[in-house]
Design a protein around this ligand. Structure first.
Ligand code: DNO
Length: 388
């Protein structure tokens, strides 16, 4: 596997010389300041590509070339936005950058309720608390029919929480779910936007008429438009699974399980229609058996996120240590090293360790926590390679 690292560009506090020192080979990045839907110009692409090369590294993976909301819900502007997307792919292809991550999650990318959940060893982790998420859904968004998504026992706890939660905790919850976790990845809502809840509710309403089948058809259309250019330039499109892999907030989610992935890969059956095997996202669903899925999809996997989670009996989940949890990362490395050995991997969502918490890194993208996980996974890769 090729060892890569997600770097957020020239302003990232974790610099390329730091990454050289810890054994990173390839860089995963995006032109984060270009708004969704606009073309990535050859100048901007080459500027970043050359900057990375000047530091002795190379741009291996684009994560992400974001898909505009209108493409997902099939808005009037779809064809213009797809044409722009294709032009960005052409420009990336000309620059020799050929692994492109995207997701097709409506409105909200990944979902967490806590960015700083303290663990007994003194580190902290991202966390998903089902009751507080249900509270956000039922009491803050006041989504019609939301209670139906939760059990009566869960709803009792949600009502209790609604009586005790402070205004400050409510504001932190809103900020975490729809601003902090989204803003840095070209999300729909950015820090400083007035009334994020209203913006978010408006976005949700765009999907009132869109069910899983409609969303699937929109993805199929999008991919079929892209494939000729991907074939011409040898670009692999790598869809990222839904995180967590469940239906949420009444939105359709279509990358949650082996069946979903199979549908996508068959819907447009080109080798360039591929997968980002995000072990963290997939492992947060008890219905997913990761080693089985890795074996099944290895030949169409062009990028992996090595990350693991632990799902708790109450439905919460937490980021696990990279050597533990439902991700079974050691087994996954064995499978990918055998079936598709040269694909890039990156670690993902490290814990906050030492002074990470004071540095203001993007949520999940600490330095020490990720460096620790990167070293763990580098050891696993070297060991597995030695086994053959
Ligand atoms: C979160 C990330 C995601 C991922 C996108 C890919 O930490 O794993 O935001 O980059 O979903 O499009």
């Amino acid at each position: 596997m090729e060892k890569t690292w997600r770097w957020f560009g020239k302003n990232d506090k974790i610099t390329l010389p730091m990454l050289r020192q810890i054994g990173v080979e390839g860089i995963v990045t995006a032109l984060h300041d270009i708004p969704n839907g606009e073309i990535w110009s050859p100048e901007r692409i080459n500027d970043v590509k050359n900057y990375i090369a000047e530091h002795g590294l190379y741009w291996s993976v684009v994560e992400s070339l974001p898909v505009s909301e209108a493409i997902k819900y099939g808005g009037e502007d779809t064809d213009r936005l797809i044409a722009n997307y294709i032009q960005s792919l052409v420009n990336l292809g000309e620059a020799g950058i050929k692994t492109v991550v995207y997701n097709f999650m409506p409105v909200i990318d990944w979902i967490r309720t806590d960015l700083n959940y303290r663990l007994s060893d003194g580190t902290s982790s991202l966390y998903f608390d089902k009751i507080r998420f249900a509270y956000f859904d039922c009491y803050i968004l006041e989504r019609e029919g939301a209670e139906k998504d939760y059990t009566p026992e869960e709803m009792v706890k949600v009502h209790e929480l609604s009586k005790t939660i402070t205004e400050e905790k409510k504001a932190i919850l809103i900020d975490t779910i729809i601003v902090k976790t989204q803003g840095f990845i070209n999300g729909n809502i950015k820090s400083g936007d007035k009334n994020p809840v209203a913006i978010f509710k408006n976005l949700l309403s765009l999907y009132n008429e869109i069910d899983r089948n409609a969303l699937r058809e929109n993805l199929k259309y999008f991919l079929s438009q892209l494939m000729p250019v991907c074939e011409e330039y040898g670009i692999n499109m790598c869809i990222h699974p839904d995180d967590p892999p469940h239906q949420m907030l009444g939105l359709p989610r279509i990358v949650t399980s082996a069946g979903d992935i199979e549908w996508i890969l068959n819907a447009v059956n080109s080798p360039h229609n591929g997968l980002t095997f995000c072990a963290g996202s997939l492992s947060a669903g008890l219905h997913n058996n990761l080693p089985e899925m890795a074996k099944k999809f290895a030949s169409r996997t062009y990028f992996t996120h090595l990350r693991s989670t632990e799902v708790l009996p109450n439905g919460d989940f937490i980021e696990a240590d990279h050597l533990e949890g439902r991700g079974h990362l050691i087994e996954l490395v064995r499978i990918f090293e055998k079936e598709n050995p040269n694909i890039p991997m990156r670690v993902d969502h490290g814990r906050l360790m030492f002074d990470d918490a004071e540095k203001g890194y993007n949520p999940g993208y600490s330095f020490f926590g990720r460096m620790y996980a990167f070293a763990q996974m580098s050891g696993v890769i070297a060991t597995v390679k030695g086994e053959w």
